[in-house]
Write a protein of this length. Structure first.
Length: 89
C-alpha cells in the first residue's frame, strides 16, 4: 500500500522526501520521532528525525530481505530472512 503522513515534520509527520519510495508498503514501525516501512521486496524506507532512526543510510545496503522491524524510543532493529539482525538509530 501507499503511505499518508501528517503532524510535526521533525517527528516523522512529513514523508515527502521519500514519498516516491513508499510503494507496496507492508508494515510500518515507529520510534518516538521516526518511521521505518518494510516494502514488499524486503527493503526498508525510513524518515523522520535521523537521531531516532529516521536515517538508515549507514546500514541501507544490509537492509535486504527484511521480515520484521522492532523499535525502541530511539532505534530500530530489523530481522532479516536469514535470522540476522541489523540495527540503526
Amino acid at each position: 500500500g501507499s503511505v499518508v503522513t501528517w503532524g510535526n515534520p521533525g517527528n516523522g509527520g512529513d514523508c515527502s522526501a521519500v514519498q516516491d519510495q513508499l510503494r507496496n508498503v507492508e508494515q510500518i514501525q515507529a520510534t518516538s520521532d521516526a518511521f521505518a516501512a518494510i516494502l514488499a521486496d524486503g527493503s526498508v524506507v525510513t524518515w523522520g528525525n535521523p537521531g531516532n532512526g529516521g536515517d538508515c543510510s549507514a546500514v541501507q545496503d544490509q537492509l535486504r530481505n527484511v521480515e520484521q522491524i522492532q523499535a525502541t524510543s530511539d532505534a530500530f532493529a530489523a530481522i532479516l530472512a536469514d535470522g540476522s539482525v541489523v540495527t540503526w538509530g
